[in-house]
Design a protein around this ligand. Structure first.
Ligand code: 13P
Ligand code: SF4
Length: 377
């Protein structure tokens, strides 16, 4: 196979050809390892593989860099690699495309790897919300902030209206930035991250309102909205919302002295009971920094928890999942070793498959909002 890196086409191979996806999906996982390693080696520095912490082991072991959404966005903005293969979900690859340089191409190994939380806010609903807030005379004092788990169109909407993007690791910095510029924040789409961040900054729950995109005027009165410093979009992560306060009580009763650490996409009541909350990268750091012998119950996606359990067992630290059924992010799981082998071997053959490209009219303001995130976070 010859590398034709300057003459790539974005056309998927025909079904039935050796490089078509169906031929890969029929093969067992372990047969992909050697093929991925070989293709990766042949691509050299032209290609960077990024892996989010929720990726499965068979995929993340091939990542050149791993991280939370913030760290991966920063790496995507700084790399000179011509091809970024993003083992994560759609909004992450979109953000990488917005932040990347001209001439770079971003590839998502499975285009079905979305995020159910990001799907809870559509740009038309966000525009309708803003118009309602304008009619009520409130919009001029509101700074819109969107979690990175959202479409590029929503990021652009926020950028154009003086707002920005944040991740779970930069949410507090984004709130502080926004309160220097406005009286209120519209935070979308994760109500839990917004509520947890606002509350840790001293904003009482009575000064927060939930905007239901399916309700008349968000399901809120003008008085309630005018009395609120944070307006929270009614969205959530189904993976993290499954953790309950009773799970915290149960692990504490069973393992006295255990530390409970959770992702801030968990419910307010769970975060309040936990010892600490943080992004995926911070959850790892918390265990890294703990003394040997410490035990942790971690409230986040199961692939990360299992990986932490294996890694830290060697240091005498025990890591278990907060809810013993374990929560799987099915969309992150869509990136399989077969998909990774498929995109890499096509690249080796000179074809870009599954390229993620944000439309130029959206890109400008989405970049403004993402750049503000990188500058502030
Ligand atoms: P992190 O930025 O903490 O990695 O979170 C991304 C995410 O989607 C969590 O569900
Ligand atoms: Fe989206 Fe939740 Fe999966 Fe994160 S864990 S990518 S928020 S569905």
């Amino acid at each position: 196979m010859n590398l034709v890196l300057d003459d790539l086409t974005a056309v998927a191979p025909e079904a039935g050809s050796a490089c078509s996806l169906e031929n890969y999906l029929a093969l067992p996982d372990h047969t992909m390892d050697g093929r991925i390693a070989e293709a990766r080696a042949r691509l050299g520095t032209t290609t960077l593989i990024l892996g989010h912490h929720y990726q499965r082991d068979e995929v993340i072991r091939f990542a050149d860099a791993t991280g939370d959404s913030y760290k991966l966005s920063r790496i995507a903005a700084e790399t000179d690699a011509k091809y970024i293969v993003f083992c994560g979900v759609h909004f992450m690859a979109e953000s990488a495309d917005v932040l990347g340089h001209a001439g770079q191409q971003v590839i998502l190994p499975d285009l079905n790897a979305g995020c159910s939380m990001a799907d809870m806010a559509e740009i038309s609903q966000v525009e309708a919300c803003w118009e309602a807030l304008e009619r009520l005379g409130l919009a001029s004092e509101i700074v819109p902030l969107t979690y990175i788990n959202s479409t590029a169109a929503i990021k652009a909407f926020c950028g154009e209206r003086g707002g920005m993007v944040c991740t779970s690791s930069s949410a507090r910095a984004a709130f502080e930035w926004a309160f220097q510029r406005g009286k209120r924040i519209l935070f979308l789409p994760d109500q839990h991250l917004g509520r947890n961040t606002g509350f840790t900054m001293g904003i009482p729950l009575e000064e927060m309102a939930v905007w239901d995109p399916w309700g008349l005027q968000g399901g809120q009165t003008k008085e309630k909205l005018a009395a609120s410093r944070v307006i929270l979009w009614k969205g959530h992560c189904a993976v993290h919302q499954r953790f309950l306060p009773s799970h915290v009580d149960a692990v504490r009763a069973k393992y006295p002295g255990i530390q409970v650490i959770v992702h801030p996409e968990c419910r307010f009541e769970v975060c309040q009971k936990a010892d600490a909350q943080g992004s995926t990268e911070r959850l790892i750091a918390l265990v890294e920094q703990a003394p040997a012998g410490q035990m942790f119950a971690v409230g986040t996606e199961i692939h990360l928890v299992n990986r932490m359990a294996r890694r830290f067992a060697a240091e005498g630290k025990k890591v278990i999942t907060l809810d013993d059924t374990g929560c799987l992010c099915t969309t992150m799981y869509r990136i399989s070793p077969q998909h990774l082998a498929w995109v890499l071997e096509n690249l080796v053959e000179g074809r870009v498959v599954n390229r993620i490209q944000v439309k130029p009219n959206v890109k400008h303001w989405a970049k403004v909002a993402l750049d503000r995130m990188l500058e502030t976070g």
